[in-house]
Write a protein that binds this ligand. Structure first.
Ligand SMILES: *Cc1c(COP(=O)(O)O)cnc(C)c1O
Length: 467
């Protein structure tokens, strides 16, 4: 009996499913370079292909793997493609994939440190290293999250606890008026969901006007002052370093000044661009980040880890304890810093192994090469777009480029749709500074000059076609 169960549930190194897994894990390199990017099947075809499989008639691991990979290959957007100039979704890096597999296979439980000291301390070591790179004091801390949204939600909890010592006990009833936070109109609107789930509501997210994608400081000040007169209580300024639409960076040092002046928590959401703390030659782009009270970085964006690997860095780690600690009779006693009482999660996957494996195998030198490459490719793309007569719109130094047809004669959405339909390359469409723009972001380590050329060729072909 045991033998039968073991056979069904386990993997063996020389079993046919392992050979198949290896082929499927690394065998699609060519697809990443030249594969059709848009889903090959319509949503209806995909739904039908999935529905027709009989879940009460299992087919064995090898067949199940092949079948599932086939569904993904045909039904999903190939966002990991070298030719996908999309939304910060990278081609996952080899060392990080292997780390993630190791975590899945060994399956350590990181809720308490005593059950997985090696794994937990590896995560702490990575976080300590990141704090150092960001120019933060050695007393800082943080933890891994499912992504940027959980990291930002954590920042709001820290801010509420910092603003009012009774918040943990009484919730927002502890405040004399509605607590509010400030983010720019171009910030990531996960803030709305976060405010709602914290019980603050949508109106608590005070969207400060942005100009060319950056938070306007005079408006920030006047909104805080007017809100104070109206009885609202400022708890956090959340600046964005690398906006999702345009890669613009809010004036971080000025935001830090204002936060200090009004004595509110200063958070920096650097989900994508925060990776640049690993690059001494480009860290100055993020200047002011060293003054943040908390910082969001997504390892699953520019650090090329598989999803979901977010990070929240925290200057005063004791705020995390105030936010999340609970006493139970069934958890082992720890050192007071066990993840289950300092973070939002309970059972916890070894998320940090992905970044640890990157640092141990290729190090920050490896990342610097990636950033050099992406900045060079972005410069090339800007140059070629300009030469081909496209109008560029954003002014960030980062490798995300917004552009449109000169005079906006052609609808950006139509161009993006037609390009997606053709399937050779993929780019986004966003609103920026009142204009509808095409958006190309360098995200994959595989993207080379030949892919830039193909993007330009597709753009001019579709332009001709739609004109
Ligand atoms: C991606 C992103 C988020 C959301 O992060 P998830 O990992 O998708 O949850 C938040 N803020 C910014 C600036 C982002 O780019």
């Amino acid at each position: 009996m045991t033998e039968q169960v073991t056979k069904l549930f386990s993997l063996s190194a020389d079993g046919p499913e392992m050979a198949a897994a290896l082929r499927l894990l690394v065998g699609f390199q060519q697809e990443l370079k030249t594969g059709h990017i848009a889903p090959k099947w319509s949503l209806e075809e995909t739904r039908r292909a999935i529905e027709q499989l009989d879940l009460s008639a299992p087919v064995g691991t090898e067949a199940a793997l092949g079948e599932t990979s086939h569904l993904m290959e045909n039904g999903d957007l190939l966002s990991a493609s070298a030719r996908c100039f999309g939304y910060f979704n990278p081609t996952a890096a080899g060392p990080a994939i292997l780390g993630d597999l190791l975590a899945a296979a060994r399956n350590p439980q990181l809720a308490v440190i005593s059950h997985a000291p090696a794994s937990a301390l590896i995560e702490r070591r990575v976080l300590g290293f990141l704090c150092e790179q960001a120019g933060w004091p050695a007393t800082s801390g943080g933890h891994f999250t499912s992504g940027g949204s959980e990291a930002n939600a954590t920042a709001l909890q820290l801010a509420l606890n910092r603003a009012n010592a009774d918040y943990g006990q009484l919730g927002i009833a502890a405040f004399d008026g509605p607590p509010v936070l400030y983010a720019s109109a171009d910030s990531h609107l996960a803030w709305i969901k976060i405010a709602r789930s914290a019980g603050l509501g949508t109106d608590a997210v005070r969207l400060v006007p942005a100009e060319v994608g950056r938070m306007q400081i005079p408006e920030l000040c006047s909104m805080i002052e007017m809100d104070a007169k109206a009885g609202r209580i400022a708890v956090m300024i959340a600046a964005t370093a690398g906006t999702t639409n345009a890669g613009e960076i809010d004036p971080l040092s000025e935001c830090a000044e204002i936060a200090a002046q009004f004595d509110v928590h200063f958070h920096v959401d650097a989900a994508w661009a925060g990776a640049l703390i690993l690059d001494p030659s480009r860290r100055s782009l993020l200047s002011g980040i060293d003054r943040a009270d908390s910082l969001t970085i997504d390892a699953h964006k520019w650090m090329s880890a598989p999803m979901g690997a977010g990070i929240i860095m925290i200057r005063q780690p004791e705020l995390a304890g105030q936010s999340y600690s609970v006493a139970t009779g069934y958890m082992p006693a720890g050192d007071g810093q066990d993840p289950y009482i300092t973070t939002n999660q309970w059972s916890r996957r070894f998320i940090g192994i992905r970044l640890w494996m990157m640092l141990r195998s290729i190090g920050i030198e490896g990342y610097q090469k990636l950033f050099d490459h992406h900045f060079a490719m972005a410069a090339l793309l800007r140059e070629k777009l300009t030469a081909a007569g496209w109008t560029l719109h954003n002014h960030t130094g980062l490798p995300v480029i917004l552009f449109s047809d000169p005079g906006d004669n052609l609808d950006s959405q139509k161009i993006a749709d037609r390009i997606e339909q053709r399937g050779k390359v993929w780019l986004g469409r966003v609103d920026f500074d009142g204009k509808s723009c095409l958006r190309a972001c360098l995200t994959s380590y595989l993207t080379g000059p030949e892919d830039i050329d193909l993007l330009l060729a597709e753009l001019s072909l579709v332009h001709e076609e739609l004109r």
